[in-house]
Structure formats: C-alpha cells, structure tokens
Design a binder for this molecule. Structure first.
Ligand SMILES: Cc1ncc(COP(=O)(O)O)c(C=O)c1O
Length: 382
C-alpha cells in the first residue's frame, strides 16, 4: 500500500540511499563565511557576524530586536525569565510539543500546565485555552491566578507545530484579556506567517531555533525576538554574564548566563540566512507535491497550512486512520530507508510532567496516535 509513497519520495530526492527526515543543506558560501570568522580570530560571542545576523533576521521578521543565543532551549528559558516567570508560577503550554518547551518552563522553577491543541493547526487551541482559564483561573489585582493552587499564571507558550502557524491572534487576544504575557515558541517556524506577519512576532517575546534539524542551521543556535527594547536589552545583558559595559573593567551586576551565540556559529547562520528563501521555495514545492500525491489516498490526510496562513513546511505531516495504521506506515517506510517519525509523546505522559495540571487533552491524544512526519529536507541540488 505504501510502495507508491516510497517511490514518490525516492524520485523526489533522486537517491537509493537512506533518506533522512530533515537534513541540513550546506553550500560553499557556508564554508566561506565560517573560514572568514576563523580568520578574524573573533570566534566567541563578540564579533561582527553576531550583530549582522541579528540585524538581518530582525529586518526579515519585521521586528525591532533579535538576540542571538546558543540554542532555542536557552532562548525560551530566558524569554520566560524576562517575561516575568519565577519560581512557583504556572505556565500554560501545549502537550504536543518537543520536550524543550516544557523543560524551559521548569528551568525557571515554574510548573507547566497542559492545554489541548487544535486538530487543524496542531498548536494550542484558543477555545480550550479560554475554557481552561474560565474554569480554573481568577483575576486578583489585575493578574491571573489558578483558583485551586493559588499560583500566578505568568505566561502562555503556544508552539507552531512543524512550522504550521497556530491560531496565534486568538491566543494573544485571550491572553490579553487575562493579562498573561504570550511567549511564542517559534523554534520550528522561521518563515511561517499569519496573514503577512511572521510567527514569533505576535506575543510579547518569541524564540527561534537554528539546530541542525531546523530550516536553516548554524549547528546550534537560537534567538529571542521582541519589539520591546527594554526586554531585548535585558536579554542581551543576562546572556552575556550580566557584564557591565566597560572598556577594560570586569564587573557583573547580577547572576547572568553564558547564552550568547558565538561569532563562529553566527557566521554559519548568516551564510544559511542567504539561502532561506530558496529553501522555503523548495519546501513549498515538496509540500505541494505531497499534497497532490496524497490527495486521493485513503490511508491518510495530508496536513495543509491553515487558511490565511503560510507554513514553512518544516516537517510535512500526515494523519493516519489510527495507531495501528500509523505504526504500519512507520515500519514499512523506515524498513525501506525512508525516515518517517511519529509525533512526540505528549509532555503530560512523560514521567517528569505527569503530575502537572492539565485540561481535557482529547485532540492531543488523538493526534499523538495518528501523526506521521514524512521526509522534508530541501533538496541539495536546487
Ligand atoms: C518546539 C521546540 N521548542 C524548542 C526547541 C529547542 O531548540 P534547540 O534544539 O535549538 O535548543 C525545539 C527544537 O529543537 C523545538 O522543536
């Protein structure tokens, strides 16, 4: 039943070798930029490529500030901290996400609370969020507290799953009504938009990842993006060990972090950034082809970008008819050298998070048992 899919993927990538789920694409320009950073001797967190990357990315996203960091996880950890998340607070997020989302909350000594996702966007569901808050939260002195635990709900973290934009406008509106800041986990969504606005720029703060499996990569990297200059300055200060700016003196005015992106990584990031449009274009072509090819098959539905949105199609996804069918597809494709993958296990099922508060998670559970990601790399020869 899946042999046509296997042939389709092999034809697309023109190879008999193992086809990964998502591999990085490197060109000569990548080597040239990295060599230039080495030649400059500025390889750590001070250097022209860091500033260049921050400016170019900010311009592309239409956002005032970008703070380049060592990875997406630390970017999220710090974004939550500067948004005001503290020990003992609660942070609402979705259970269908990569573990880094929930980890970053706990790295701030706060507690994740899991609210259901939409079947269509695979991201946090505004209706479920609204319901959860109406049932479980109350406002005191203009802030939202969990009625049962009496803890402050200090952030909401929606995630744009596989690059598909979630219903971020609706989520931000609900959050504003409750005076809860939104920190957007856009790790997977560079190049994705709602209308013409980039994902990651709707909330108070957004974050991106440039891990090796992401749409562009610098090995390991991340960024905080925000229109709030004060928050950006605070992020820059904290990520560079809270060092007080001085020509030669070494003073630090609080406990900081060594979380700034290195110039060496930033050189690669700049080089990759020059290829972003080409990569997005090739991924869109692949998505159109998958969509067409899978249009009439009975064994799955292809997950298309929500209406009015542009997905970067970081990872293409299908919904199978059930867990048995999902496992069969995973087995047959992986046995044939075509890497496919199920969705992550739900955060609420992991032992570290199983005691966290959660709403009804029917959609997340339904999706968990049915999602399969298909090979999604941009081709090397285009
Ligand atoms: C949703 C999500 N959040 C956060 C991260 C963390 O990014 P990084 O791997 O750069 O730390 C990732 C990716 O890896 C991710 O997919």
């Amino acid at each position: 039943m899946y042999s046509d899919l296997i042939s389709f993927v092999r034809d697309w990538y023109q190879t008999d070798q193992l086809i990964p789920l998502h591999e990085p694409r490197f060109k000569n320009v990548d080597k040239e930029y990295v060599a230039d950073a080495i030649d400059s001797t500025f390889v750590s967190s001070v250097g022209e490529y860091v500033t260049k990357f921050e400016h170019e990315l900010g311009h592309y996203l239409g956002v005032n500030n970008v703070v380049a960091m060592v990875n997406g996880t630390t970017a999220l950890q710090l974004a939550l901290k500067i948004a005001g998340v503290r020990e003992g607070h609660e942070v609402i997020t979705q259970p269908l996400t990569f573990v880094a989302t929930a980890n970053a909350i706990v790295h701030n000594n706060a507690n994740p609370v899991f609210v259901d996702v939409n079947k269509e966007t695979l991201g946090l569901c505004p209706d479920a969020l609204s319901r959860f808050l109406d049932q479980n939260a109350e406002k005191k002195n203009g802030k939202a507290f969990n009625k049962e635990t009496c803890k402050l709900i200090s952030a909401i973290v929606p995630m744009h799953t596989f690059g598909l934009p979630c219903k971020i406008k609706e989520i931000v509106e609900i959050a504003e009504n409750w005076d809860i800041p939104v920190v957007e986990d856009s790790a997977e969504a560079l190049g994705s938009k709602v209308s013409s606005q980039h994902c990651g720029t709707f909330g108070k703060i957004g974050i991106l990842s440039f891990n090796g499996n992401k749409i562009i990569t610098c090995g390991g990297g991340g960024a905080i993006i925000t229109n709030d200059d004060k928050l950006a300055n605070r992020a820059k200060h904290l990520t560079t060990t809270a060092k007080v700016n001085h020509q030669w003196d070494y003073a630090h005015d609080e406990i900081g972090y060594n979380f700034r992106m290195s110039n060496l990584n930033a050189a690669l990031a700049c080089a990759q950034f020059t290829q972003l449009e080409g990569i997005l274009k090739d991924k869109r072509e692949l998505s159109n082809s998958y969509s067409l090819f899978l249009k009439d098959v009975e064994w799955c539905d292809y997950v298309k970008e929500p209406e009015g949105c542009t997905s970067n199609y970081w990872l293409n996804a299908v919904i199978t008819s059930g867990k048995k069918e999902r496992d069969e597809l995973l087995r047959i494709t992986n046995d044939s050298g075509i890497t496919t993958r199920p969705a992550w296990q739900l955060m609420s099922d992991l032992k570290m998070f199983k005691d966290c508060q959660k709403g009804e998670l029917d959609n997340a559970k339904w999706l968990r048992d049915r999602i399969v990601n298909l090979p999604s790399s941009a081709r090397n020869n285009v």
